[in-house]
Ligand binder design. Structure first.
Ligand code: MN
Length: 735
């Protein structure tokens, strides 16, 4: 059956103009003479070239570039060039317009940015290559002009906001990439608002049940919370104004994603998360009074409420690397509950919310720009062409997430390093040569080993020796991407030298045994000694791990090997799986269907059961693994190896049972274990595999592994267990 879509073209035209005018209003503050004309020209070009295109929702396509431009202007604070680029970001990719057309109409700079946007638009869309390599390319454009990434983030944010019309598997893929890369990137560029929204939207698609659960809980106590905030804020407001400060004091809810993170990290139920909101004091200060005003406000707050001395964070004196400046403290509220208070000026607040772009605007006034340093670091990392793309991505991502510490050189210069950095990281940060020859360090004048973990404020002097060279285990000592990549390339170089040496030795040995030195024989030898490459073979020969007698042994067995043929495991390829799946059900893997001759196993990391939202993942040597979409490993798998993911769904059947785990907590009572096991095995006739129970001062904490049919079965069981007297909580756990 076909549903006819009725479109009122005249009404649509009005709506497009309305949205365009809203965009102009949003960009008003940055507009200079002639800018409006440029934006109009870009809008007309986009409108004309996208005129026959529609989005999945049925809306005119032009809504999308207008929205992206509006986000760029309003939420990221970008100017006219970026607005023009945002309006045109999809035309080269999707329409007849060429880069030359853009350059002719809008100039070189605009064409270059759009070229960057077009190049990275394919970053995650390909199914053929590793996304990691593409991400590296994307960062190359960042080092070129950071606006490319900022507009790309605006594009991603709008796509995430309007993803309801996408098919489920696309939603999962896009949401995974977003949480894996785009949200950390937004964080690193200081775009906190964009980052939180991307995280929340990802969670909404990746883990809809938990998302809805927390949203509902938050909504239930909304009025109560508003009352509490009002009472908490009132006295602060009053005294702040009495002391002549101009300030806005308000409460701000934390994001659903950050609440969920806290629940997981601390293993606590929603009810025990105390910081569901933070109090903000935004001061209107003259530039020369900023720091003093922040501390004045801090003093007012801590006179009213007792602060937790461990929770004071001063990013006013030393801003974070992404430009974030703020004073954070946690104080005891009137009802015995900890409340986080964030104090900053309007300028600092704009940087906190809009990040990089706002930073640019204030650049003259701030003397040290951490973000420039960071982009410089990205450039350095990218300039190492030998780095393996996936390693690079992992190292880079770790650096995106980590917090910073501040370290001083002997002369008092400030160096920023990620939390957990060691003396060796510091050495590489100073200079590659210093790192490569580092044998130890003096931290605050005391001698320490290279693996010493640096603390905020340490003063470090590196000790070197020209006899020192980088070692393999140094890779476990350092955390910065820079040090890692320098060590790796130095080890590689070292290995190459050893291999060259081994190659000569092996040539001589083979000659003496009358074996021809050729690729075929080298491969046979590598295979015989179970080595992954001929380079490894050379290295082993050079290091004396393979000697003449070993090669003689090879000669003896060679005949036998020949007749058996090489013993290689048959690797499952994605294409093989997909061609096997080409049957009545299209390309969906039906779990529990034994007509399909495809081997699959349920992943042990998340123990999926029927009813769970799942996907199949084609592993290199272990067949297909079925994971839950909210599995802790899912985002990493889907965003890095999208092409290995196959759609999967449960075949309706009741005969099979699946292993899952339940954590039961409660007040220990005589007969509690009996009552629990009675519900499980007698009432529900469910088999238990194991049960471990911990009782501590009257608190019961048990883990039970059971076999259930599906999620509905499990839910019923959980509900009945909750009815057992003494039981206060039952949750499913992974692995
Ligand atoms: Mn787009």
């Amino acid at each position: 059956m076909k549903t006819e879509l009725v479109i009122d073209l005249e009404a649509e035209k009005q709506e497009i103009l309305k949205r365009y005018r809203a965009l102009l209003r949003a960009s008003k503050s940055t507009l200079q003479k002639g800018d409006k004309k440029e934006i109009r020209k870009a809008f007309d070009m986009a409108l004309e070239s996208h005129k026959d295109m529609r989005r999945k929702s049925g809306e005119p396509y032009i809504y999308h570039p207008i929205a992206v431009a509006q986000i760029a202007a309003e939420e990221i604070g970008l100017g006219t060039t970026s607005i023009v680029c945002a309006l045109l970001h999809d035309v080269v990719e999707d329409t007849d317009i060429t880069l030359e057309d853009i350059e002719r109409e809008f100039g070189k700079k605009t064409a270059k940015i759009i070229d960057g946007l077009t190049k990275i638009s394919g970053v995650f869309d390909t199914n053929s290559s590793l996304q990691a390599e593409n991400f590296r390319k994307m960062l190359l454009t960042l080092a070129d002009d950071v606006r490319v990434i900022l507009i790309k983030l605006a594009d991603r944010l709008h796509n995430m906001r309007t993803m309801d019309f996408m098919p489920r598997h696309k939603q999962l893929k896009i949401a995974s990439e977003t949480i894996y890369l785009y949200a950390p990137l937004a964080h690193r560029l200081g775009l906190y608002a964009v980052k939180s929204e991307l995280e929340d939207l990802s969670m909404k698609y990746l883990d809809p049940d938990t998302y809805k659960f927390i949203a509902k809980k938050l909504n239930e106590k909304k009025t109560e919370r508003a009352m509490f905030i009002k009472k908490f804020v009132e006295p602060i407001d009053e005294i702040v104004h009495d002391q002549g400060l101009v300030a806005d004091v308000y409460g701000r809810p934390k994001s659903i994603h950050s609440i969920w993170n806290k629940m997981k990290k601390k293993n606590i139920p929603f009810e025990e998360v105390y910081d569901l909101f933070a109090i903000r004091i935004i001061l209107d200060s003259a530039p020369e009074n900023e720091k003093a005003d922040c501390w004045k406000a801090y003093s007012i707050v801590t006179d009213l409420y007792r602060p937790n001395p461990d929770r004071l964070r001063d990013w006013v004196s030393s801003p974070k690397g992404n430009g974030y400046e703020s004073l954070h403290t946690t104080v005891m509220g009137p009802r015995g509950q900890w409340v986080e208070v964030q104090i900053r000026t309007q300028r600092m607040n704009e940087i906190a919310e809009k990040g990089f772009a706002a930073h640019w605007k204030y650049k003259e006034s701030s003397n040290d720009n951490g973000l420039d340093q960071w982009i410089q670091k990205v450039r350095e990392m990218l300039s190492n062409p030998e780095a393996n793309a996936l390693d690079f991505l992992d190292d880079f991502k770790m650096n995106l997430f980590s917090d910073e510490i501040f370290i001083f050189t002997p002369k008092g210069a400030l160096i920023q390093l990620p939390l957990g950095a060691t003396a060796l990281d510091f050495a590489f940060e100073i200079h590659t040569g210093v790192g490569a020859t580092c044998i130890g360090a003096k931290v605050n004048h005391k001698l320490v080993p290279i693996s010493y973990k640096l603390q905020n404020g340490d003063q470090v002097e590196i000790i070197t020796s020209n006899k020192q060279t980088p070692k393999e285990d140094w890779l476990n000592v350092v955390v910065t991407a820079k040090a890692k990549s320098k060590i790796k390339s130095s080890l590689k170089e070292e290995k190459r030298k050893i291999a060259d040496n081994g190659k000569e030795i092996l040539e001589r040995k083979l000659k003496s045994l009358k074996i021809t030195y050729n690729t075929d024989n080298l491969q046979k030898l590598s295979y015989f000694f179970k080595l992954p490459s001929t380079q490894e073979l050379f290295v082993n020969v050079a290091l004396g791990k393979i000697e003449l007698k070993d090669i003689k042994e090879y000669l003896n067995t060679e005949k036998e090997v020949e007749s058996r043929g090489p013993e290689r495991p048959e690797n499952l390829t994605v294409d093989m799986v997909k061609s096997k799946m080409k049957n009545a059900d299209g390309d969906i893997l039906l779990i529990g269907e034994d007509l399909q001759k495809i081997d699959y196993t349920l992943a042990a990391c998340c123990n999926p059961i029927p009813g769970d939202d799942v996907f199949g993942f084609v592993t290199v040597s272990e067949g297909i693994k079925i994971h839950r979409t909210n599995c802790p490993n899912a985002t990493q798998l889907m965003s890095n190896y999208g092409y290995r993911v196959v759609k999967a769904k449960w075949n309706k059947q009741q005969e099979l049972t699946f292993l899952t785990g339940l954590r039961i907590v409660g007040i220990d009572d005589v007969g509690l274990i009996n009552n629990i096991t009675r519900v499980i095995s007698t009432d529900f006739k469910v088999n238990m595999r194991s049960i471990t129970v911990d009782t501590n001062e009257g608190i019961f904490d048990g883990s039970i592994m059971i076999f259930v049919n599906d999620t509905e079965h499990l839910e019923n069981l959980i509900n009945n267990l909750l009815k057992v007297r003494g039981v206060t909580g039952v949750t499913r756990f992974d692995a």
